[in-house]
Design a protein around this ligand. Structure first.
Ligand SMILES: [Zn+2]
Length: 199
């Protein structure tokens, strides 16, 4: 079935849906027709939520996590000042750690990775608050939880250099994380083991 056989508004919607991660033409078409079959109330509500999402979700000014407030719920929670700081690539990675519920320290979201091929250095990532956090939160251990990719390795190296004159213990996630995989797709048991076997 070619696109020309779909109504024009459906074609438009399919094109937009195809931009979603993991959605190809076939899935986008299925979603578009599924949406067409829903009642108007649901569609209006969904449209409104999509419309306001960008303005509603802010970046925590301490850790870079996504939040509806100035400071996220993890940074607000003083019980989480355990002296441990876990550095991740993106806010979504925090959800993975929180799901397993083992880690009780705080996080820092870089919002990207060092990429020598694209000339992206640590300076271009969210590091402005990092050194004051180390002092202010009495951090003793920094856990590097970057994805095991070439860019993740480059980021680890840059962070080790960044912390080289400190007394901090720098650890990295251990067992079970294979090269090229991303935290996003790890199951909880593997991530828990990786966290517990950090070195
Ligand atoms: Zn925060």
């Amino acid at each position: 079935m070619s696109d020309s056989s779909h109504p024009e508004s459906v074609v438009d919607l399919i094109e937009d849906l195809r931009r979603l991660p993991g959605v190809g033409r076939k899935t986008a078409t299925r979603y578009a027709y599924w949406l067409v079959s829903q009642d108007q109330e649901y569609l209006t509500s969904l449209g409104k939520k999509i419309h306001r999402i960008k303005q509603a979700v802010k970046i925590c000014r301490i850790c870079g996590n996504k939040t509806e407030y100035e400071i996220c719920h993890i940074c607000q929670n003083t019980d989480r000042r355990t002296g441990q700081l876990c550095i991740v690539e993106q806010a979504e990675d925090i959800l993975q750690f929180e799901k397993i519920g083992v880690y009780r320290g705080t996080y820092h979201v870089l919002g990207g990775v060092v990429d020598p091929l694209k000339n992206i250095t640590l300076d271009e990532l969210y590091t402005e608050t990092l050194s004051e956090r180390i002092e202010g939160e009495h951090i003793k251990e920094v856990i590097l939880a970057l994805n095991p990719t070439m860019q993740g390795d480059a980021t680890n190296l840059a962070l080790k250099e960044y912390f080289q004159d400190t007394e901090l213990i720098i650890t990295k996630l251990g067992r079970g994380i294979s090269i090229g995989s991303t935290l996003e797709y790890l199951d909880s048991a593997t991530l828990k083991e990786a966290l517990e076997s950090r070195r």
